[in-house]
Design a protein around this ligand. Sequence first.
Ligand code: HEC
Length: 134
Amino acid sequence: MTKTNLIWLAAALGLTGLLLWLARPPQPDPGQMASIKIPALSMTARQGQQKFLANCAVCHGQNATGTKQGPPLVHSIYRPAHHADASFYRAVQLGVRAHHWGFGNMPPISGVTREDVTLIIRYIRELQRANGIY
Ligand code: HEC
């Protein structure tokens, strides 16, 4: 192969790469999940869902899939082995200093009791399990 042929080959490969990159499907917003499986929730989880929608969804999103204000909780980072239930009680009572993402700090959430958090945890764990997060 001559030198000119090689240059043409390289240019063609480069152009193909560029076209493939341009044609790629739209990327989801980082920190937001495209969609998740919603399981049939237990009674307790449904009560937790109400508390979650009223107090957490502004930042953590409907179905805990995240927003521009906060991360998805249906995410392997928040699997029980990495964020045990205690981290939920602590987060709500004391807030969270930003450490995993770039959303900023989570403020303490007032008006949410320990019992409410227990229900919310049940809701989040059921969502996580339905999506393969153990
Ligand atoms: C004002 C926005 C906001 C609200 C409201 C909010 N959060 Fe958060 N939350 C955040 C952000 C931002 C983070 C991520 C901090 C980081 O970078 O790790 C976070 C992180 C968490 C974490 C992870 C804690 C850890 O140890 O890393 C848990 C659990 C959590 N939130 C639960 C809740 C629950 C439950 C509610 C409702 C009672 C709630 N959040 C309401 C913004 C919010």
